[in-house]
Design a protein. Sequence first.
Length: 141
Amino acid sequence: MTNRSEKRILSNFRFKANQTRSLVDIVRAGIPTSNAITFLRSACTSVPFEIMINVAGISKRTLDRRRGKKLRPDQSDRLVRIARLIDFAEESIGTREQALTWLNVPNRSLHGVRPIEILDTDAGTKQVETVLGRLREGSVA
């Protein structure tokens, strides 16, 4: 069973929500590399591919080597964390393009760091979520 937010996240990977049980099941089984590449490339309109794979902790060589296979659960989890954050940014800011642009611009609330650069850790992701929450509420971020 998937909720609306999970359905949006699944659609970023080109999964059909009605074909899957839950995001947890997908992460545990591993995201197929082709779906991971689809998601990573979809973010490349504003964020370079190299930055996306670096934040995800997945090398280009790993993507090439695992073509036709699935990523490990830990790699899949990092990709879903990034997708969830992009979805939250889109809800908070407006369009997906605006969200991706925001993630790639230095942010004063994050001491001049680009939000995308700290999504490689759970702590960094929580900091970005806090800033987005303030934006969403109309506070200065």
